[in-house]
Design a binder for this molecule. Structure first.
Ligand SMILES: C[S@@+](CC[C@H](N)C(=O)[O-])C[C@H]1O[C@@H](n2cnc3c(N)ncnc32)[C@H](O)[C@@H]1O
Length: 394
């Protein structure tokens, strides 16, 4: 494809992504993969270049742009070579008009900038939310001697404080590697690994992973439990939860039981675990403001109403979880968001409703104290953004 044809394809993809963001359609990743698969004339170099153009444009525009072309023009405004591809050639975009609208640049929609600033995330901290994410893996000590893995991935670097984590060069094909197939490694952000340590999982414990999804944190808990104890992994999403069993099998984990929940009926479905868990981990559904490095278009999808619904669900899940924790046990609240409404504020409200719980100070290898818990940010920790708190029942 010519550079001009790549630009035009990127503009078309952006139109589809903008529409999906407005109407709650598929994610940018899914749309890009689907569209490029349909364009058989696009080779692997073309695909990489188009993908990079699309993500550059998404990152650059804080508010939802009016059109894919306006978004791409925002990139072209700083890139003469790209501007030159608007050349009116057969497969290229038409030339840039003198009065053409160009999408405004920014970190996020104005209401979200305000909400982040009110949570102490502004300036460089806010800009870093749109940086490049790293590729991290977690080593599974049940499958491989920990020290042997670094040599299996060229360029792998240890991450201080996280003995099971390695940071790999971007584009390392982890999922095609032999250690991955053998269950010796999982792809998992170092921040995600660090916040899971707040559970302080130990062999023999009984743990509920209430929002287990595909089991990223479940498997990290299981590794810390060294194959002894029980983890009940629950979720309301059948497709996500169904990915857990094969992953657990690959990792050689046999202490995990899964249970599909109905939204709104979680407490009833978990009545047999009332007052019995040593730890309940809530990796809550959230706005994902800490993961914009990976899903920058997520900030175009979030609305105040959707955020309010998420905050409501998180509060309900915290109350459900409280009923499962044994006296002396702990509840761990995690969100991959930097908005206090979902993190520190959510925990404060829970503690006010549940005087039997108190926040326990955390000392994690990454992050800094924030209100009743700790916070990790892309700028300070080079990880996704997280808030985590550990709440202990009297
Ligand atoms: C942040 S993701 C979990 C990621 C997962 N723990 C991991 O480490 O890979 C949040 C999960 O909460 C689930 N969820 C949403 N509402 C829920 C509910 N009412 N009860 C339990 N899980 C819920 C979602 O389906 C999603 O899988």
């Amino acid at each position: 494809m010519t550079p001009a044809a790549r630009t035009r394809t990127a503009v078309e993809l952006l139109d589809a992504i903008i529409l999906a963001a407005r109407e709650g359609g598929a994610s940018a990743d899914v749309l890009i993969a689907r569209e490029l698969a349909a364009r058989r004339y696009a080779g692997s170099k073309d695909r990489r270049a188009i993908r990079a153009l699309v993500y550059d444009a998404i990152r650059r525009c804080g508010e939802v742009p009016d059109s894919g072309r306006a978004a791409m023009l925002a990139v072209a405004a700083h890139d003469a070579e790209l501007a030159g591809t608007f050349d009116g050639s057969t497969y290229g975009p038409s030339p840039i008009g003198a009065e053409e609208p160009v999408a405004a640049q920014g970190v996020a929609p104005a209401w979200l900038i305000d909400a982040l600033a009110a949570s102490g995330i502004d300036g460089d901290q806010a800009a870093a939310l749109l940086g490049r994410a790293s590729l991290d893996i977690r080593i599974n000590p049940a499958r491989v001697p920990v020290g042997s893995v670094q040599g299996m991935f060229p360029g792998a670097q240890p991450i201080p404080g996280l003995p099971f984590a390695l940071r790999l060069p971007a584009e390392t094909p982890v999922e095609a590697s032999e250690p991955y197939r053998a269950g010796a490694v999982e792809v998992q952000d170092a921040g995600s690994q660090a916040v899971t340590l707040a559970a302080a999982a130990q062999p023999g414990m009984r743990i509920v992973d209430l929002c287990a999804g595909g089991g990223g944190k479940t498997l990290a808990l299981a590794a810390a439990m060294d194959g002894r104890g029980t983890i009940l992994a629950t979720d309301t999403d059948r497709a996500r939860l169904s990915r857990l069993a094969p992953r657990a099998q690959r990792a050689g984990v046999s202490i995990v039981e899964t249970r599909l929940l109905n939204p709104g009926q979680e407490a009833e479905a978990l009545a047999d675990w009332a007052d019995r868990a040593d730890v309940v981990l809530i990796d809550a559904p959230c706005s994902g403001t800490g993961t914009w490095r990976r899903n920058p278009e997520a900030r175009w999808r979030l609305t105040p109403a959707r955020l309010a619904r998420l905050v409501e669900t998180q509060a309900r899940l915290l109350d459900v979880a409280a009923g499962l924790v044994r006296p002396g046990g702990a509840l761990v609240h995690i969100v991959c968001s930097l908005l206090d409404a979902e993190g520190a504020g959510q925990v404060d409200a829970f503690l006010a409703r549940n005087p039997a719980f108190r926040a326990e100070p955390l000392a994690l290898p990454l992050g800094a104290p924030h209100e009743a818990g700790m916070r990790l940010t892309p700028l300070n920790d080079a990880t996704d953004g997280f808030f985590v708190a550990r709440l202990v029942r009297a």
